[in-house]
Design a protein around this ligand. Structure first.
Ligand code: ADP
Length: 148
């Protein structure tokens, strides 16, 4: 079998949506193993606690040995190095995503020699974001249709 290696999929995943799950499914066709890195900020508490986010994603992928879920704080490239991973994957929904991601990818390559692979969002999920899901939930809307 061709060796395809490991990739880090970093994000806040607050919460983990169908759009995130779609990226994970597709990137598994390109790499042997995906580490989902749930990033958190020690100064700010998220909508869901980081433990809750990690727990839910682990539960979702309990039967998939090629997917690992870990939390981290600090720079994504530092976490990637700790994990021994040299490739990051990010989803691109829009030009706005692209502008921001291009800058991040550039910094991460210069800082740590880490390359970023971009996957275009599937059209059916291109408008889906964790922040929209949080907003809908805040106003009492049922959000289950957006979550895996
Ligand atoms: P961050 O705070 O790092 O942007 P997110 O949890 O919002 O974390 O997103 C993590 C990654 O998933 C990002 O690369 C983002 O572009 C991507 N992503 C988010 N929603 C979608 C979606 N609906 N389709 C494809 N990619 C997505």
């Amino acid at each position: 079998m061709m060796q395809k290696g490991r990739v880090l999929f970093p994000g806040s995943f607050d919460p983990f949506t169908l759009g995130h799950a779609d990226i994970v499914k597709r990137v598994l066709q390109m790499f042997d193993e995906v580490v989902i890195g749930v990033g958190y900020n020690e100064q700010k508490s998220g909508w869901m606690s980081v433990e809750e986010r990690v727990g839910k994603i682990r539960e979702l992928y309990a039967d998939e040995p090629r997917i690992k879920v870990e939390s981290y704080t600090g720079l994504t490239v530092d976490f990637a190095k700790i994990q021994g991973i040299s490739t990051i994957v990010r989803g691109i929904r829009s030009v706005a995503d692209f502008e921001y991601e291009l800058q991040m990818a550039d910094v991460n390559r210069q800082l740590a020699g880490i390359e970023t692979v971009f996957l275009p969002a599937s059209p059916q999920f291109a408008s889906l974001s964790s922040s929209v899901v949080r907003e809908l939930s805040h106003f009492g809307h049922d959000i289950s249709a957006f979550l895996p």
